[in-house]
Write a protein that binds this ligand. Sequence first.
Ligand code: COA
Length: 191
Amino acid sequence: MKTNGRASVQSEYPKFVTLSGGVQVRLRLMEPADKEMILAFARALPPDDLLFLRTDITQTGVLDEWARNVAIGVTVTLIAELDGALAGYASLHNDQARWTRRVGEIRLLLAPRFRGSGLGRRLAEEIFRIGQDRGIKKMAAMMTPDQTGAQAAFERLGFQVEALLQQWVVDRKGRPRDLLIMTHELGEAKE
Ligand SMILES: CC(C)(COP(=O)(O)OP(=O)(O)OC[C@H]1O[C@@H](n2cnc3c(N)ncnc32)[C@H](O)[C@@H]1OP(=O)(O)O)[C@@H](O)C(=O)NCCC(=O)NCCS
């Protein structure tokens, strides 16, 4: 059965996940009160990460809009935390009122020290399942061709390059960049 409500997903969390280094992180859904924790995480990211962020999550206003989208169900964000700090998150953006409702956009971002530990894969798997439960058939990830590490990681997660849009976005410094759209077909939700 497909569900669109937050309650059914919420009941599955928190979950505890042990990473390859033996560290255990806690997964749960984002709440509006997490804004300060996310801002602290974003403001500590290396400048190269910030350069390519789709929205500038170091800005309070952007976090407010994110929290509003979570509240109305257009965005679901799964956060991984350790000792009260954010280790990373996976967000799924999907507007059921639009004709693109069969496609969900995934955004994954981890603090540098948690990269390569299996957390990205685990967060992606969890968010795929949440997407399937909401009826999403295809997952899309967007990045610039310069993000070669992210592209390689998404390929390992089952994504393929679907489109390259020329000079489609501007980076944080205002420079035009090409946009790579990678996609991954999802199967039906498991009962
Ligand atoms: C991309 C990102 C989310 C991946 O998360 P991660 O925890 O580092 O990835 P995992 O350790 O779970 O690895 C997932 C798979 O990708 C591979 N992988 C991860 N980083 C890689 C890299 N830089 N180059 C090549 N392969 C890589 C892993 O080997 C693994 O494959 P396997 O399980 O088949 O062995 C993380 O590195 C990150 O936050 N990067 C910066 C933000 C970003 O670029 N986001 C993408 C735009 S939405």
